[in-house]
Every structure is written in structure tokens, then in C-alpha cells.
Design a protein around this ligand. Sequence first.
Ligand code: AMP
Length: 126
Amino acid sequence: MYDDNNVFAKILRGEIPCKKFYETQHALAFEDLYPQRRIHMLVIPKGKYIDLDDFNANATGEEVIGFFRTISDVASRLKIQATEGGYRIISNVGSNGGQEVPHLHFHILGGERVGRMLSPKTDKSI
Ligand code: AMP
């Protein structure tokens, strides 16, 4: 069940502020509150989807296209496409994936070398 009280649902309803970067009919891009790299943007669909699997199972084709194109639009507007150095996208799914906010979001990280995809698993609590 989608939780209407999650923080991104509140941002979409305008109940809490965000540093909006770009908005389309189907998606919203805003800065992550705790940036992990020089550029750390979040892209979320406007519809109520918990994660990527929920989105792919239940969104319309128009929503899916609109959402994924927004990611590339954001990269292009930030001038971080592959020709400008590139970036990384991450979408965490569920507890093993490390998802904290239960509304689908893609992290866009860039503006510098992002580094190894995953750090060695030394901490057993992770
Ligand atoms: P995840 O662990 O993939 O669910 O990522 C959730 C992300 O949301 C984290 O990177 C948080 O820093 C970010 N975040 C949480 N609350 C806010 C907020 N109010 N505005 C912007 N980013 C947020």
C-alpha cells in the first residue's frame, strides 16, 4: 500500500518545501537534502508509485516515458551528460536495496567522479 504521508508525497502536495530544479507533466526533479556528491538530484514521478516495480507494473506508458525522459532532460540541463563527463543514476528498491522513502525516486549523482559503484562490504550492519 502506498503511504500518502511519505516525505515525497508531501513535497508533491506542496506541504513541505524542496529545492525544485525542473518539472514536467509526469515528474519532478529537486535537490537531495543531504547531497552525496557535488550534484545530487532526485527525480520522482508525480503518480503514487512505491518503487520501480510498482511503477513498471501500474503506470501508463505515457507516465513511464515521461518519467524516464525527465531523467535525461535533467542531466542535459545540468550539463552532465556523457559528453560532459557523465553521471550515475541509482534507484533503491525495498529494504535490502536501502530504500528509505517509499515513493519511487532516481538519484542523479555527478558533477565530479562519483567513484566505485559499491564500497567493500566491511560493516555487517549495513
Ligand atoms: P533512498 O534511501 O533511496 O530512499 O533515498 C532517499 C533520499 O531522500 C535520501 O538521499 C535523502 O537524503 C533524501 N531526502 C529525504 N528527505 C528529503 C527532503 N525533504 N528533500 C530532499 N531530499 C530528501
